[in-house]
Design a protein around this ligand. Structure first.
Ligand code: TPP
Ligand code: MG
Length: 627
């Protein structure tokens, strides 16, 4: 029997294939690849670019093209989108050869580190090498088989180069498998040589049939479940650490029931915030270097830590000082064996929801004692008062950042989303934010990449247009990547963007000071002719005017009251609106009563550094491997 075929270019076949992929979990099906971001150059304009055009004009495939303004940003937008969709849907990104492609490397690292799916399609030099070296070709004297796209290898969970059309089907199937595997997912890169994109081939029709990728919910192995339950049942002062996996697996309900039945307090990570509503009686806030002192006190005493869907970053473990009980043991429920094995924990490899449900069965009759519950609730109640005060400091003349975050928190509806990534805000948010819905808190803190904010917010809004998205962006991050405001305007995607201007790096400034480096090089100021340092006057830079020039509506707020008014007007508007506010970078922030390991020079001529080194050595002493 002859196989029926269809003659298309590699670009056309790719687009047709992507448009017909579907994902399914819990019986709900959706398209897997929701659209394609891109910026064209000679590497893709006539290959994948022509294919996207032909699909749109002829209706042969349904894959919408979105024009971004920077390739890194389009990967961020894709991550924002896929994160909002709990990794059940992803975007593709097409880029030209050379700089267009390597601009995506940072985005790829961000996606992979955060375990969020994105399909990257960097273009590559002629596979035939007929015209080498082409514009933007690397030319490695050791081999012609090296290109800048090899830089994607360590930051991709699957990487392939399609040198001949016949290689495309297997590359595509592998790519879809990895994108939809919750344990493996991250950036997937298919490098596409410019000539191959335009080459025709007779494809089996079968390649283009609708294909459903079932996103699994692996159940725990019974013996592993028994071991995990045994350790957990022996605990007197257990603590749950809820990570992003709880949210991606839609396990918030299962977590709440588990906490209510066992009475185990629940702390959260940056990716897990909102897994349990902030005011639930079991919620004790963020854990670790930027957590709440309540959660950190419980972490210090915990005899068993149940980590769910967490990768235990140094912020979560306070660089391995957070869990101070001499005999502390870890039970790690994670879909990825790699994470489940961390800290010599008892691994429970499973989907977070399926694992929690199974564990709940085994924990029947177990409950922490009343005194422990009372202690957790007392710590939380005390902390909540501190947060109230930080939200309403009455700081002046410029407002404190904690007041701006407080005003936003009190203003936002349950289903609204806050987006952030880098600077001093992730820490303040992790400590102070009161999340009411699992999708409300969207802080990218795996890569903490300056410039994620606006682009990621764009993706989040694309994923869920019914929700209002509030992007918080520092002046430093804004200057790195504000250009996707233009994309939001062109696509009529409404964002609320809050520029928090403190004229430099409040975060690295205070870190520098705490490490004895005197805020060196962290302010955006004129170079002072006397000191030779960047500590002169404030620069004549107007970020509000900059945002207006990109097509956004802009409101300037000088006080917390004006800020609230700005938020009202932004929400009421149908257009992308920026609320610009200056804050005092030196305003007080509550202490998490925790630590983060950043090495201080062992020897120095500066007294500030010597003092910081002594403090560093003392703080480092409790650090230990969890074995
Ligand atoms: C791309 C990138 N470069 C450098 C850093 C290191 N870094 C972390 S925060 C920060 C400063 C952020 O400044 P801003 O956005 O104004 O926030 P603020 O600290 O003032 O709150 C820097 C340089 C980073 N996280 N990402
Ligand atoms: Mg700043």
């Amino acid at each position: 029997m002859s196989v029926s075929t269809v003659r298309l270019t590699v670009g056309q076949a790719l687009v047709r294939f992507l448009a017909s992929q579907r994902s399914e979990r819990d019986g709900t099906e959706q398209r897997l690849i929701a659209g394609c971001f891109g910026i064209f150059g000679h590497g893709n304009v006539a290959g994948v670019g022509q294919a996207l055009l032909e699909a749109q004009v002829t209706g042969s495939a349904d894959l919408r093209y979105y024009l971004a303004r920077n390739e890194q940003a389009m990967v961020h937008a894709s991550v924002g989108f896929a994160r909002m969709r709990n990794r059940l849907q992803a975007f593709a990104c097409t880029a030209s050869i050379g700089p267009g492609s390597t601009n995506m490397v940072t985005g790829a690292a961000l996606a992979t580190i955060n375990r969020i799916p994105v399909l990257l399609l960097p273009s590559d030099y002629f596979a035939t090498r007929v015209a080498s070296p082409v514009l933007q070709e690397l030319e490695d004297p050791r081999s012609h088989d090296v290109s800048v796209n090899d830089a994607f290898r360590p930051v991709s969970r699957y990487w392939d180069r399609v040198n001949r059309p016949g290689q495309l089907p297997s590359a595509l199937l592998a790519a879809m498998r990895v994108l939809t595997d919750p344990a493996e997912t991250g950036a997937v890169t298919l490098a596409l040589p410019q000539d191959v994109q335009a080459e025709a081939y007779d494809w089996p029709e079968e390649l283009f049939r609708a294909r459903v990728w079932h996103v699994p919910r692996p159940v725990p192995e019974p013996a592993a479940l028994a071991r995990a339950a045994e350790v957990l049942r022996s605990a007197r002062t257990p603590l749950i650490v809820a990570g992003g996996g709880v949210i991606y697996s839609e396990a918030a309900g299962a977590l709440r029931r588990f906490a209510e039945e066992t009475g185990i307090p629940v702390a959260d990570t940056q990716a897990g915030k909102g897994a349990l509503a902030w005011d639930h009686p079991c919620a004790v806030g963020g854990v670790g270097a930027t957590g709440s002192p309540a959660a950190n006190a419980l972490a210090r005493e915990a005899d068993v830590v149940l980590g769910i869907g967490t990768r235990y970053s140094d912020f979560t473990t306070a660089s391995r000082t957070a869990f101070a009980h001499p005999g502390v043991r870890f039970v790690n429920l994670n879909v990825a064996a790699f994470d489940a094995g961390k800290h010599a924990g008892v691994p429970l490899v499973a989907d977070a929801r399926a694992g929690l449900e199974a564990l709940a069965e085994r924990m029947r009759g177990y409950r922490v004692d009343g005194a422990y519950t009372a202690r957790a609730q007392e710590l939380s109640a005390g902390w909540r008062q501190v947060v109230d005060r930080a939200y309403h400091l009455g700081h002046g003349p410029l407002p404190a950042q904690t007041e701006i975050l407080g005003a936003l928190n009190e203003f936002m509806g349950e289903r609204d989303v806050v987006v952030q990534a880098a600077g001093s805000m992730p820490g303040d948010l992790q400590m102070l934010w009161r999340a009411r819905d699992p999708k409300q808190y969207h802080v990218e803190y795996g890569y903490s990449c300056m410039g994620y904010e606006i682009a990621g917010g764009l993706g989040a809004k694309l994923a869920d247009p019914e929700r209002e998205v509030f992007v918080l962006v520092g002046d430093g991050s804004y200057l790195m990547m504000a250009q996707e405001i233009v994309t939001a305007v062109a696509e009529r995607i409404k964002l609320n963007i809050i520029i928090v201007d403190n004229h430099g790096f409040a975060s690295i400034g205070s870190l520098s000071e705490s490490l004895g480096s005197q805020r060196f090089g962290t302010s955006y100021r004129y170079r002072d002719p006397e000191s030779g340092l960047l500590d002169g006057d404030i620069l004549p830079v107007d970020l509000a005017a900059n945002a207006a020039s990109l097509g956004a509506d802009v409101l300037r707020a000088r006080t917390v009251a004006e800020f609230r008014d700005g938020l009202e007007r932004a929400r009421a508007s149908g257009r992308t609106t920026v609320v610009y506010v200056e804050t005092d970078p030196l305003a007080p922030v509550p202490s998490p009563e925790s630590w983060w390991d950043v090495p201080v020079p062992e020897t120095s001529a500066l007294e500030s550094t010597q003092k910081a080194r002594a403090a560093y050595e003392a703080a480092k002493r409790p650090q230990r491997p969890y074995l």
